[in-house]
Design a protein around this ligand. Sequence first.
Ligand code: NI
Length: 172
Amino acid sequence: MHRKIRTYPDPVLAQIAQPITEITDEIRILAEDMLETMYADNGIGLAAPQVGESLRIITVDLSGPDKREDPHVFINPELHDLKGEVESEEGCLSVPGYRTNVKRAECLKLCALDLDGKPIEMHCDQLMAICLQHEVDHLDGILFIDKISKLKRTLYERKVKKWLKQKKDDEK
Ligand code: NI
């Protein structure tokens, strides 16, 4: 089932998500829904808070919504051994209408569980490393716009205020 994407400034996006203690049917359904939503909304990564669930689960498929060849579900993901620095343009389904350059570590080690509860350990670099840092940030209540300069942030906030006002006016 496709779920609605929560967008900034929805408070669920600023919460620290809870670890998953048991992989229940509910969690399996959530993972399936997250993949479906990620593809439908043209993303390569999604974190559960983005669909309103404050739980530590993320989905990633770098092959994109057309190919859908490499779907991953990572439960309780942790990033270790972050090394190097890269800067690349990022966007986020929860931050519509905005893209900007963000600095991230270049490579890292991912530790997580898969949907069967089996431990995963993966060394990642390039887009996978960047995507994982972006998604795990979501689980800690951090958006990529929390990592940009104050000036850029102020400009974005102004845009959001305008949209919210527009929405209110439209609803009148
Ligand atoms: Ni995002």
